[in-house]
Design a protein around this ligand. Structure first.
Ligand SMILES: [Zn+2]
Length: 175
C-alpha cells in the first residue's frame, strides 16, 4: 500500500528528476562549511541560508543541537574537508523549555518504561533529549561545546545564529 505522502514523493521526484542536472557535483562541499539547524518543518534551510546543492552540509535534528550533530560534524570535517560550522537555532522551537523528565514521561506513557530503558542503555547513562531553556544561551552553549571539543580542530570556525520563524530573518548570536 502506498501512503498519500509516498505518492506525493514519487510524483514530485519524477518532475524533479526530469530537470535534474547536478549529477556531476563533488561529494566534498565546495564552500567547506556545515550548518546545524533544527528539523522544524518551517525552516527551508537551502533558501533561508543561501545554500546551493554541492556547497555545504546541512545537518538537522530536533533543536539544532551541536551535541546531537557531533558525529556528523566530525565526519564532515575529518573526511569531507569542511572547516566552518554555523549553529542556527530558531524562535518558537519545540525543544525550548522541555525537560528530560517531561519527554521521558511522555515516552513511558506511550511506549512503556522499556523504551526509556533501551535509550538509557545506549551510553549506560540517562538518555539526554538535549532540550534548552533559553534560546540565545542555547546557541552560546552549543558554540562553546564545539569550541571546547577535542573532536573539533581549533582552527574550525564556529558561529552561532538565531532564525526567526515569523520574519524569516537570521541574526548572529555568537561570533
Ligand atoms: Zn526547533
Amino acid at each position: 500500500m502506498t501512503t498519500t505522502n509516498e505518492a506525493h514523493l514519487i510524483r514530485s521526484n519524477r518532475k524533479f528528476a526530469k530537470c535534474f542536472d547536478d549529477g556531476d557535483l563533488s561529494h566534498l562541499p565546495a564552500k567547506k562549511y556545515a550548518i546545524v539547524t533544527c528539523m522544524d518543518c518551517r525552516i527551508d534551510a537551502y533558501s533561508a541560508f543561501g545554500i546551493t546543492p554541492g556547497d555545504a552540509h546541512v545537518i538537522r535534528n530536533a533543536g539544532g543541537s551541536a551535541r546531537d550533530a557531533l558525529r556528523s560534524l566530525v565526519i564532515s570535517q575529518q573526511l569531507l574537508q569542511t572547516t566552518e560550522v554555523f549553529i542556527i537555532k530558531h524562535t518558537h522551537c519545540g525543544m525550548q523549555g522541555l525537560t528530560n523528565d517531561g519527554v521521558n514521561a511522555t515516552v513511558v506513557k506511550n511506549l512503556g518504561p522499556e523504551a526509556v530503558a533501551e535509550l538509557d542503555a545506549v551510553n549506560c547513562k540517562r538518555f539526554d533529549w538535549l532540550p534548552f531553556a533559553e534560546l540565545k544561551q542555547g546557541v552560546r552553549d552549543d558554540v562553546a561545546f564545539l569550541r571546547s571539543s577535542r573532536a573539533i580542530a581549533g582552527e574550525v570556525h564556529v558561529s552561532g545564529w538565531v532564525f526567526d520563524v515569523e520574519t524569516g530573518k537570521v541574526s548572529r548570536v555568537e561570533k
